[in-house]
Design a binder for this molecule. Structure first.
Ligand SMILES: *Cc1c(COP(=O)(O)O)cnc(C)c1O
Length: 410
């Protein structure tokens, strides 16, 4: 059966995977080699040097292409290495229209690295696709989308954004890290380039840093392949092996991430001490309709603001026991993160607030533990964070005796 007709859970396990021809090993070996012996000068078996190509990486790249239903996958040392390599396609004077609510490191790469080489960018709210249209200039080369976005989990209508960009002859990049190809396949909506931090769900076990690009177009692939080799932004074979081990269970993991996140979002939404829950799976979420249209599930990320001030929310983040306080996301274990001081600290406060990212927002990466245990953990953390505030407010001042009466000595 041609691979493209297989379902994603099958492709996750089989795409790009063949028994090793010399031993029959069912798993692709980790080819720890920098170079390959040639029988005559320039006569080799497809590999010359491991920056240009390595069989373990080839197996991963074919797997990633299969997952995204694309023709070509390219693996990188990190998500940012993938982004940086892609940005080398631009020239000084070019312009990018970017979603405002993007990964902090993406914003930093635009603002602090590429800007100084004459690449300008405009951030807009891409959930309103007319803002994309209005921001496109004659020198715009890329429209950069992230859907669902990080950390507000807003969704952009990819098909509509692609139509607008393509009318202006502009290519579209979709950072599909949060959705994963199990839930959303941007190439199918006409996007030109799909980007991943494979560090997150594709790796899935918080044990490897990696990135990927997937494209359909032959010319674009050639250009990116050239840049991948020329800039040397490649992952090592062991990292490729770890990601391949991760992608095999991607479909089952995502099913559980989605189920657990929905339970957590519903729990938080009905909690009287929660101000706002951000999850596209909730019927009253502003992105619910778009997410339902272009995704097959709503993902494992949930953001939340408890009522009360920043201190209360920080106290909450420090009080969870199962949810570890850490950057990153997409692993089997649950994490909690404070975007304003952690993952998104590199975005200026004014810019963060323009996009609706408040300092009190906490982001949860809901893992695949038992959902009831996760809820119990959040419940106790909310209770503990409340206690801290009450204690602070009721603490007798130095001039009170604890019964509200003034101490004579004061
Ligand atoms: C983490 C992340 C990146 C950057 O990837 P690294 O692997 O950390 O370099 C890019 N985009 C999104 C949405 C991410 O979450």
């Amino acid at each position: 059966m041609p691979e493209t007709q297989l379902h994603i859970a099958t492709k996750a396990i089989h795409a790009g995977q063949f028994p090793d021809p010399s031993t029959g090993a069912i798993m692709p070996p980790v080819y720890m080699t920098s170079t390959y012996v040639q029988s005559e000068p320039a006569v080799h078996q497809g590999y010359e040097y491991s920056r240009s190509g390595n069989p373990t990486r080839t197996a991963l790249e074919a797997n990633l292409a299969g997952l995204e239903n694309g023709k070509y996958g390219l693996a990188f040392a990190s998500g940012l290495a993938a982004e940086n390599t892609l940005l080398h396609m631009l020239k000084s004077g070019d312009h990018i229209v970017s979603a405002r609510d993007v990964y902090g490191g993406t914003y930093r790469l635009f603002d602090r690295v590429w800007k100084q080489y004459g690449i300008s960018f405009t951030t807009v709210d891409t959930t309103d696709v007319m803002q994309i249209k209005n921001a496109i200039q004659p020198n715009t080369r890329l429209v950069w989308l992230e859907s669902p976005s990080n950390p507000l989990l807003t969704c952009t209508d990819i098909e509509a954004a692609v139509e607008i960009a393509h009318q202006a002859g502009v290519k579209v990049v979709v950072d599909n890290t949060f959705a994963t190809p199990v839930l959303q396949q941007p190439l199918g909506f006409g996007a030109d380039i799909v980007l991943h931090s494979v560090t997150k769900y594709l790796g899935g076990h918080s044990d490897v840093i990696g990135g990927a690009l997937v494209v359909d177009d032959d010319e674009l692939h050639e250009q990116l392949r050239f840049l991948q080799n020329s800039t040397g932004s490649v992952p090592g074979p062991m990292d490729c092996f770890l990601v391949l081990r991760g992608t095999k269970t991607l479909a089952v993991r995502m099913r559980q991430h989605c189920e657990n996140a929905m339970i957590v979002a519903n729990f938080l939404q009905q909690h009287p001490e929660v101000d706002r829950v951000f999850y596209p799976g909730l019927a009253d979420n502003e992105s619910h309709a778009i997410a339902s249209k272009q995704m097959t599930g709503f993902g494992g990320m949930v953001s939340v603001e408890l009522n009360g001030d920043l201190e209360r929310n920080r106290r909450f983040a420090s009080s969870t026991k199962l949810f570890a306080l850490a950057e990153s996301l997409g692993g089997v274990e649950s994490l909690i993160n404070h975007p304003a001081s952690m993952t998104h600290a590199s975005i200026p406060k004014a810019e963060r607030e323009k996009g609706g990212l408040k300092d009190t927002l906490m982001r949860l990466s809901v893992g695949i533990e038992d959902a009831q245990d996760l809820i119990a953990d959040l419940d106790q953390a909310i209770a503990r964070s409340r206690h801290a505030i009450v204690k602070k407010n009721q603490k007798p001042s130095a001039c009170e005796n604890g019964l509200g009466q003034l101490n004579r000595a004061c």
